[in-house]
Design a protein around this ligand. Structure first.
Ligand SMILES: [Zn+2]
Length: 143
């Protein structure tokens, strides 16, 4: 309180009690605005909800900071793709693959990711999304 009082006396040679409350209010509003801007900047990555990998369009949402409902869509018609990873349990590493098929485009294969089943693909795509967010490179992916 003394700091505020001496500030006004020094700068305006004038002081009344209400000025303390006005100062507190202004400081409070400034802090709220700063926190708001900071929070908004921190959550900017939440604008990043789609990108293109393996020739497919990937879309997802956020549940707080976590990626949720990640799946891929047809690059030609935008339909949700079907995954065929029946042979991904093969004992031979090179033979494991997940195929992504679009029913709306005549059951055509739209993409193939080698190395495992759909869970494997979702894991590596998720990993890539988090990597882009962490390095701020996601901004280059925003449309
Ligand atoms: Zn399609």
């Amino acid at each position: 309180m003394e700091v505020i009082k001496s500030f006004y006396i020094k700068n305006f040679s004038f002081f009344e009690t209400w000025m303390i409350w006005a100062t507190v209010l202004v400081l409070f509003l400034v802090i709220v605005v700063i926190l708001f801007i900071f929070k908004k900047e921190q959550e900017d990555f939440k604008r990043f909800t789609t990108f293109n990998r393996y020739g497919l369009i990937w879309k997802w949402k956020y549940d707080r900071e976590q990626i949720a409902s990640l799946w891929c869509y047809c690059p030609d018609c935008g339909s949700r793709l079907i995954c065929d990873d029946e042979h991904s349990r093969s004992g031979v590493l090179g033979e494991k693959s997940a195929f992504f098929i679009c029913n709306a485009c005549g059951e055509n294969e739209k993409g193939k990711v080698a190395g495992g089943d759909r869970n494997h693909v979702l894991r590596i795509v998720k990993h890539e999304i988090y990597k882009l967010i962490k390095s701020n490179q996601y901004k280059e992916e925003l449309i």
